[in-house]
Ligand binder design. Sequence first.
Ligand SMILES: Cc1ncc(C[n+]2csc(CCOP(=O)(O)OP(=O)(O)O)c2C)c(N)n1
Ligand SMILES: [Mg+2]
Length: 577
Amino acid sequence: MTERYYTTSTAFLEALAEAGVTYVFANLGSDHPGLLEAVAQARAEGRADALPDIIVCPHETVAVSAAHAYAMVTGEPQAVLVHVDAGTQNLGGGVNNAMRGRVPVLIFAGSVPFTQNGELPGSRTEFIQWIQDVRDQRGILRNYVKYDNEIRTGTNVKQLVHRALQLARSEPAGPVYLVAAREVMEEPLRPYAVDPGSYSPVAPVALTREVTAEIATALAAARHPLIVTSYLGRDPSAVPSLVTLAELLAIPVVEAMAYHVNFPHGNPLHGGYQYHSVSQNPLLAEADVVLVIDSDVPWIPAVNRPSAGAAIYYVDVDPLKSQIQLWDVPARRFATANSKVAVEQIAAYVRDNDLADQAAVSERRAAAVARHQRALAEQEAAEQPEDGVITAAYLTACVRRLLDDQDALILTEVVTNSRTVTEHLRPNRPGSVLHHGAGALGWSGGAAVGAKLACPERTVVSLVGDGSFLFSVPSSALWVQRRYGTAALTVIYDNRGWAGPKFSTLQVHPDGAAAAAGEFHASLEPAADLPGIAVAAGAGFGATVSDPAELPQVLKDALAAVHGGRSAVVSVQLPSF
Ligand SMILES: Cc1ncc(C[n+]2csc(CCOP(=O)(O)OP(=O)(O)O)c2C)c(N)n1
Ligand SMILES: [Mg+2]
């Protein structure tokens, strides 16, 4: 029997598969012959099933965003393969998003060969291998990864991969980066195995009994307790636990810069959404005890903060925000804990010690019900189209109705329309709306690919700004969506420009020369044919709509195209900002 083909590349890919990586989102280069040969040899030997599938991504933004969304949906990290320093740089904001969004992703890039005279298999053969020889390739990503290392030999590559993924998955989760030169990836090896079971992520952390008692007692004794959260819903099973705690004491829950469904919109204790807040939130102003759980920016203190006397408790996987340079939320207690575990502990303590003052709970509940009904009535009123113009609220209501009977997964990247979109989607189901959780636009196109691969049975819908759509490299994203049968519906909130930078300028210079001139260099007129770009790249349906009466039917036709297996992109013309 001939000896099995087995190199560092084979072992690397095997380790990924053993660790649960199903897909390698790849953009290839001269650094990857070892990996491509390993895949081909495995196929020839009938062992292709032991390796992950390769998804070709013509832009790295699409690759990393796909891996990001896949991990958000499943909790399972995927791999991204890029070309030396150049491909690493092209990952750009996508790595930033994965890091800030606490999402595990394993990124691998080749580094240039370290021999040049043919001393070893893989030695330099192309001029670019001198040009791409930089001082510190790993430094490109060091601000944005939890761990970076170089694979120096195949003999322990499996351990490195499993350790990297263990770090990536342990809370706070995040991206990790491995590099290796061609000679190392070509190294012949004896096949070997490691036990993936011995690299599980760190177990969730609980509150101590003392801190549980302190927080439970403070919340139960408060007149106006409040919970603020941004990403507790990253574990959908944590949401019912939060609902139980909130209902036990009738505590309103405010979602701040939410990028998951943290609390059902329809629950009367939902205290609303805070995004780019420009005014004081009354619930925050009246609160005497605030539990912040899983949030980076619970409020923006210059415009919106709790009262000076409020007792704040901060529970988070990283309550001191060690990855943020200036961060200052004065709290009475900071505690490291998994949010689901923590809210269950606090609720159990309240119940076991009969701490709930039922009269106060009934009073707060009645106030919450009235507040919630008022908010709903205001939202309903805002959903009517205005004088033949499609507003963001009306559009979102149409999308909500369109998806009423669908098992939909909605990805949002709508910047200045974030609050409107979340309010009018009225999300109730944990895990049904996702956002990258960070600041680098251009996620949604690739994210739709990852989301669809993660849950092929669900209808994937991206709601995006026109600027964000262009950032997501639609020529690449729509092609990947077609090639791999991951059809998605994209609805563009098209205000023909970047409202965000304009609003930022007005916040700092409300009466300045830019405001007086009305020039913010944020217009994207003359408008590009965005659905045309999508159709040229691979979408099966593209349309631009500006008549409110036509909108529901256009959205239906677009959804039908998606159910028929082809992506659809609809540009919805909103008023210019
Ligand atoms: C990669 C990246 N580049 C630039 C920015 C700065 N930025 C913030 S909002 C914005 C405009 C986004 O436009 P669009 O998606 O149309 O949303 P709108 O502001 O119109 O609501 C820009 C350019 C960013 N966040 N990310
Ligand atoms: Mg815009």
